[in-house]
Design a binder for this molecule. Structure first.
Ligand SMILES: Cc1cc2nc3c(=O)[nH]c(=O)nc-3n(C[C@H](O)[C@H](O)[C@H](O)COP(=O)(O)OP(=O)(O)OC[C@H]3O[C@@H](n4cnc5c(N)ncnc54)[C@H](O)[C@@H]3O)c2cc1C
Length: 509
């Protein structure tokens, strides 16, 4: 079984780890422990396992780990290996009123899989493997705990097909996590986001009922799309145990291009025109000057890299559109694409930066093309105006006919005079930066997340950004999970176990 990859060591012996977030933590009593052990392949209260299950890749928690802290630990970790075990665990916890927080690779960056109110951490990684591939119809059934590399190896090796989902966290994350967060792979322009790939699900509701949605035939008109109800629900509405996906023959053709634009806005305009002509190169990534300097040592231009893979006829046509729409830009060495391929999943700098006192995170949002140039400017300027900001930059990473995803990176360090031994400055700066970016995105009418999701970090923003539709989400939650046991404290939903213990004071917005 592939296991989660921790972002950084926790600087304390397992028995001395402290919970950073001071919310209500629910215990699992001896009777429930015995019952769980009877129905589930593995149940453990080992201190090291509980500590690891108490965090994900939320960058703020890296600073806490260096002080021997994790966000919040579960009482036990349960590791089911099939759907029946998931159902039995949920039924038992629902009867007892004990929270259950599903987790996959724990690569989420918003604290979504942190068991905020203790109880049971449900590690879904044991539900692994491809259970069926229909190579005639190009449909595959995949268990939720399958990690990215294992999935592609199985699909390609046995059937010559690919899902085409390549998140930067490919090695770190699972199919269930991709679905639960509405994830996006780096080749999304050709293959779509995960919500475009999935056509059906098996999920277990809070009371242990197993349900199957969709998947019987393409584009059915059989009532609302219940599959999409669970996609993006971040473990709050049900535990996804299996997904049914559209897959593709491993592509025979490919091509690459690189260009340099005088301004980020000029590059955005070229991307917009490429998409509106119907060309969908798998990768179309535009970096502003700061990131062009950081990634390609070309700070005086705005680098666009283009990579396509598909039937060779389609690739030729696609790159012809790209060449025509980028005619006004400087043609750069296609080797830049190779360079990106070489470092695209390398995040080894993240933990050392935090450990050296630099607060760093990324914020991915989306908006219409008409709003994007202004949104880019306002977010970078707003971040730049915060005391302590060292850098604020962006790239465009996923493009559509109606708009695109902008992926911002910010970094800050306490002013010389500030003593941040407790991490208080880091946390205050972090909250202020997120408040500032989200405020700018809301003001521009954009979506506050494109693919990382909401989790804990963005929970305070969801009621405002969903507006009158937030009550619908609350009603669905109440109907499917009346005791509120599934991943309480996330998505900004009211929790039966007490208020979300972060951020202190509720943030600035
Ligand atoms: C370095 C790095 C790069 C990243 N790059 C990308 C990227 O390119 N694209 C992208 O989309 N994301 C990216 N992410 C974010 C993260 O990898 C994704 O959100 C991913 O989908 C999470 O999958 P996971 O298996 O790790 O889920 P976890 O982090 O374990 O869980 C995430 C959420 O999903 C829920 N969940 C997990 N499994 C299930 C299940 N079986 N049923 C119900 N709910 C479940 C959890 O409760 C939680 O709410 C990146 C993260 C890192 C650290």
């Amino acid at each position: 079984m592939t296991r989660p990859t921790p972002v950084t060591p926790i600087d304390a012996p397992a028995g001395e780890v402290v919970d950073q977030l001071g919310g209500t933590l629910v215990d699992v009593d001896a009777a429930l422990r015995r019952r769980l052990a009877d129905v589930c392949a593995e149940v453990t209260d080992d201190p090291g396992e509980r500590a690891e299950a108490g965090r994900d890749w939320w960058p703020l928690a890296i600073g806490w780990a260096s002080r021997g802290r994790v966000p919040a630990r579960p009482a036990v970790v349960a590791r089911p290996t099939d759907t029946a075990q998931v159902a039995a665990v949920l039924a038992a916890c629902n009867e007892a009123g004990v929270p259950v927080t599903p987790a996959g690779g724990r690569s989420g960056v918003c604290g979504a899989s942190v068991p905020l109110h203790g109880g049971v951490a449900l590690d879904c990684c044991g539900l692994a493997g491809v259970s069926d591939v229909d190579t005639v119809s190009l449909v595959a059934d995949v268990r939720a705990g399958t990690f990215g590399p294992d999935l592609e190896a199985e699909l390609r090796g046995a059937s010559g097909v690919t899902l085409g989902h390549w998140p930067q966290s490919m090695d770190l994350s699972t199919v269930g996590g991709w679905l639960a967060c509405r994830g996006a792979g780096q080749y999304s322009n050709r293959y779509g986001k995960i919500e475009d790939m999935v056509i059906g699900l098996e999920a277990v509701l809070a009371d242990g009922t197993v349900v199957h949605t969709g998947g019987r035939g393409p584009r059915s008109a059989t009532g609302p799309d219940l599959t999409q109800l669970f996609v993006g629900s971040e473990g709050t509405l049900g535990v996804i145990t299996e997904g049914r996906f559209r897959v593709h023959p491993v592509p025979a053709g490919g091509g690459r291009r690189a260009f340099g634009f005088a301004s980020f806005a000029d590059g955005l305009e070229a991307c917009r025109r490429i998409l509106r002509r119907g060309a969908t190169p798998a990768v179309l990534r535009l970096y502003d000057g700061t990131e062009s300097g950081r990634s390609f040592e070309l700070p005086d231009t705005n680098v666009l890299i283009v990579l396509d893979e598909a039937d060779p006829v389609l690739v030729t046509a696609t790159l012809r559109v790209v060449d025509e729409e980028c005619a006004g830009a400087a043609r750069l060495d296609d080797g830049l694409v190779e360079r990106w391929l070489g470092h695209r999943n390398d995040v080894s700098a993240l933990a050392p930066l935090w450990r050296n006192g630099v607060v760093v995170d990324t914020v991915e949002v989306s908006a219409r093309w008409a709003a994007l140039p202004g949104l880019y400017r306002s977010v970078v300027d707003t971040l730049g105006g915060l005391e302590g900001t060292l850098a604020a930059s962006s790239h465009q990473s996923h493009a559509y006919t109606d708009g695109a995803c902008l992926y911002f990176t910010f970094a800050g360090r306490p002013p010389e005079s500030a003593d941040d031994a407790t991490g208080a400055w880091a946390e205050a700066y972090y909250v202020a930066a997120w408040d500032a970016v989200t405020g700018a995105v809301d003001a521009a009418g954009g979506a506050i997340s494109h693919h990382h999701g909401i989790g804990l970090n963005r929970g305070r923003f969801l009621p405002g950004t969903l507006g009158d539709a937030f009550a619908v989400l609350g009603a669905v939650k109440a109907a499917l999970d009346p005791k509120g046991i599934l991943n309480p404290g996330k998505l900004g939903l009211t929790s039966a176990f007490g208020p979300a213990p972060w951020p202190a004071g509720g943030g600035g917005r």
